[in-house]
Design a protein around this ligand. Structure first.
Ligand SMILES: Nc1nc2c(c(=O)[nH]1)N[C@H]1C(S)=C(S)[C@@H](COP(=O)(O)OP(=O)(O)OC[C@H]3O[C@@H](n4cnc5c(=O)[nH]c(N)nc54)[C@H](O)[C@@H]3O)O[C@H]1N2
Ligand SMILES: Nc1nc2c(c(=O)[nH]1)N[C@H]1C(S)=C(S)[C@@H](COP(=O)(O)OP(=O)(O)OC[C@H]3O[C@@H](n4cnc5c(=O)[nH]c(N)nc54)[C@H](O)[C@@H]3O)O[C@H]1N2
Ligand code: SF4
Ligand SMILES: [Mo]
Length: 688
């Protein structure tokens, strides 16, 4: 591996991308070797702190298993190294062939969490639009869009992270900040020290719950019932923002009428949370309104009723007066860069984007196709076949639900190209694997909407022969004949100049601001002077848009699948994917010092459930759903750590793929999200 660094010795400030938080770091270079990563002191996101995953960027960069040359699969399934020129020539020839013989729509691209949002996502979207296909897929068929849509449908915007330290009361639903978003934990801790009250709602004891005033464990997928119960409490006690309702809301009467049945007793029957706890939370909201932060995580959106649960909580937040407040729902200003995605300038024509007929809202609002429906199209069960796919920075053979089907579908493709560092389960199925650059090898813009700040990351090193994401798309585009028009910039730096041009900011300016540059001041309470960015210009407690699509006008609560379809064969409920601090989805398992901490997979069980089945801690068991089985070790938790009847398995293991057990056909009708956190299963002792 031949590495070049822009300086031989010194420190380069940039942003970490071992997760999406993007803390500011200093990368130390000694003798042209990346020798260390320390926190950058002066950035408001992490204020001079980093987590242990950050330094693992060095392990990743120099990893002995890293793929450094393009690989081509041979007939016998083995791979041979080929040159970049040959790989790009052959891939583009095959793409051309698919387009000519079957149409551009039979090809798609799939961006994964490894690339996050913004610029790298923009390239993937741009490429496929310019190619002429509507089929852009991403990990966001199971991440983030549920929360985005839930907020967007009510308010027209979403600010992912509020200013927790301004809140009098914080309610966390299905989120685990100490593991998933370490910097926000500091904000939460500061808030606690200043007297902020905290409520944590999670069937599993997550570390934040230890610091909560109230920790309540609902049955998975029943948060909507609690949300409605709290709405009912505010309305019945007359403690809601009447002025807001009069001036800025449509649909209040409808939600007030529907909320009536959600008495504390009814909420208890639905969610398992005691009626007096529901009332206590209601009282806490009343006492602290309008300074209420309500934050929901993947724990809510990974259910087939997720968007409605989230809409319910957004309505609760608005009723409690938190609209426009720093701790609540405020609308960030966009930076206003050039449009990479081409979503507006070159909207797709011709064939239907995959999944739009089933999940019109997902496509309409996010311009995304649906990954689970894509599997059907690959298997010849769609309106047309999907034959070619380029996957960049995703590992769907591990992370998408119903793994057996995902593998079958990916194997059936005429062309599968995977851009990654490692021979992942997905890469193993590819016809071509392109070696990927790490975040240390590119310069890209990053926005922090909450802070209205923008950063430009630095290219800290390059590896001979490995080309960055932008160049991969550009080289393919040039060979396909649309490079000059749509990828005219010679390199990423030229892209950055173009992106920044409409903003009045410059690359140099951002280089000189490693602490981030505040591009616009934050404006709270914007709804007082301008319309909300919804179709009606008001908060849509009832959505005419959803009604017209035949979807729920108000966020009706429907009990989750496992409570609607009780089946004696599958008496336990599996929640999957509660994050581990050192792993990131399927990443970091190949970093030995991390793997030593988590050597193998386990299924977490409540002691009563284990005792009932006469299972002991550490014993091997089969976990069985209607879709498959997984054999792994039991970890018996303490009574308070899990709700009885719930079991939990991490989702990123390459050797124990929990998505063999999950379903791809039980989806949220608005977001299309799969049911990942409420799967009926049974557990059997494994034979010795
Ligand atoms: N270390 C690490 N950090 C990560 C990631 C990672 O893989 N590793 N992944 C990143 C990504 S892409 C994402 S999307 C975020 C996700 O981060 P979060 O949004 O915080 O979500 P999770 O950790 O998946 O789950 C949060 C909690 O939801 C609970 N839960 C499950 N079902 C329900 C339910 O029905 N109701 C309620 N109230 N709670 C429920 C689980 O028990 C779990 O404790 O984390 C990000 N950060
Ligand atoms: N059962 C279950 N399934 C889940 C979840 C769950 O909770 N339960 N969570 C879901 C969620 S929230 C998410 S976000 C998805 C994540 O699903 P994926 O997007 O598939 O995430 P990863 O498994 O991290 O795969 C990322 C891949 O990108 C590679 N990579 C990392 N950085 C880069 C880069 O800079 N360039 C390139 N080219 N490659 C890179 C990594 O090596 C890795 O193989 O999983 C979802 N799946
Ligand atoms: S939380 Fe950790 S991994 Fe994520 S950006 Fe910050 S330092 Fe990096
Ligand atoms: Mo995610």
């Amino acid at each position: 591996m031949k590495v070049r660094t822009p300086i031989t010795d010194g420190v380069v400030p940039t942003l970490c991308r071992m997760c999406d938080t993007r803390c500011a770091i200093n990368v130390h270079i000694k003798n042209s070797v990346i020798a260390g990563i320390t926190p950058f002191e002066n950035h408001p996101v992490n204020e001079g702190r980093i987590c242990p995953r950050s330094e693992a960027a060095i392990d990743l960069f120099y990893h002995p298993d890293r793929i450094l040359k393009p690989l081509k699969r041979r007939e016998d399934g083995s791979f041979i190294e080929i040159s970049h020129t040959r790989a790009l020539d052959e891939i583009s020839a095959r793409l051309k062939h698919l387009k000519k013989e079957h149409g551009a729509h039979t090809v798609g691209v799939w961006k994964g969490e490894g690339l996050g949002f913004y610029q790298q996502e923009g390239y993937a979207r741009r490429f496929i639009r310019a190619f002429g296909s509507p089929n852009y897929f991403s990990n966001d068929s199971a991440c983030y869009n549920g929360r985005y849509l839930g907020n967007h449908l009510v308010c027209g915007f979403w600010n992912a992270f509020p200013e927790f330290n301004q809140a009098g009361l914080i309610l966390l639903f299905g989120t685990n900040p100490p593991i998933c978003h370490p910097p926000f934990t500091r904000e939460l801790a500061d808030a606690r020290e200043n007297g902020t009250r905290l409520v944590v709602i999670d069937p599993r004891l997550n570390p934040m719950a230890c610091y909560a005033d109230i920790f309540a464990q609902p049955y998975p997928g029943t948060d909507g019932a609690l949300g409605w119960g709290l709405i009912n409490y505010l309305i019945q006690t007359g403690n809601y923002d009447r002025d807001l309702v009069q001036r800025h809301v449509i649909g209040f009467e409808k939600i007030a009428a529907y909320a009536r049945k959600f008495t504390p007793q009814y909420v208890q029957a639905q969610s398992g949370i005691y009626a007096h706890v529901v009332e206590t939370i209601g009282r806490l909201i009343v006492k602290n309104q309008p300074d209420i932060s309500i934050f929901s995580g993947a724990g809510l959106e990974h259910h087939e009723n997720g968007v409605n649960s989230i809409r319910t909580l957004v309505i609760l937040s608005c009723l409690s007066g938190a609209l426009g407040r720093p701790c609540g729902l405020y609308r960030p200003e966009p930076l206003g860069t050039g449009e990479l995605s081409l979503d507006r300038t070159l909207p797709p024509t011709g064939k239907n984007p995959i999944g739009r007929d089933k999940f019109p809202v997902l496509y309409d609002i996010r311009k995304e196709c649906h990954t689970m429906t894509a599997m059907d199209y690959m298997l010849g069960k769609g309106e047309y076949p999907l034959k070619g796919l380029i996957i960049a920075a995703a590992n769907p053979a591990v992370t998408n639900p119903n793994t057996a089907k995902v593998e079958k579908a990916l194997k059936s493709l005429d062309l599968l190209v995977v851009n990654d560092f490692f021979m992942t389960k997905t890469a193993q199925l590819a016809h071509y694997i392109l070696p990927a650059t790490t975040f240390l090898e590119r310069e890209e813009l990053h926005f922090y909407p909450k802070l209205q700040r923008v950063n430009l990351t630095r290219c800290v090193a390059t590896v001979d022969g490995v080309i960055d994401e932008y160049r991969v798309w550009r080289e393919l585009a040039l060979r396909l004949g649309f490079g000059d028009q749509y990828f005219p910039w010679k390199n990423e730096s030229a892209v950055n100049h173009w992106l920044l041009a409409p903003t009045g900011l410059t690359v140099d300016l951002l280089h000189n601001h490693p602490q981030g540059y505040v591009y616009k001041p934050i404006r709270y309470q914007k709804h007082l002077s301008e319309n909300l960015p919804t179709p009606s210009g008001k908060l849509e407690f009832a959505s005419p848009y959803l009604k017209q699509l035949g979807l729920d006008e108000i966020p009706v609560y429907r009990p989750p699948y496992h409570r609607r379809h009780t089946d004696n064969r599958f008496p336990l409920v599996l929640t999957t994917g509660a994050r581990k601090s050192l792993f990131y989805h399927s990443r970091n398992q190949n970093i030995p010092r991390f793997r030593n901490v988590h050597p193998d997979a386990e299924v977490e069980m409540h002691p009563d459930d284990a005792a009932h089945l006469q299972i002991e801690n550490g014993e091997k068991v089969h976990v069985i759903s209607k879709n498959g089985r997984l054999t792994l070790r039991v970890s018996i938790k303490h009574h308070s750590e899990l709700r009885r009847g719930i079991v939990e398995i991490y989702h990123g293991w390459e050797d124990w793929r929990v998505n063999f057990l999950t379903f791809d056909e039980i989806n949220d009708p608005i977001s299309g999200f799969p049911l990942l956190k409420g799967v009926p299963v049974r557990i059997e002792k494994a034979a010795f």
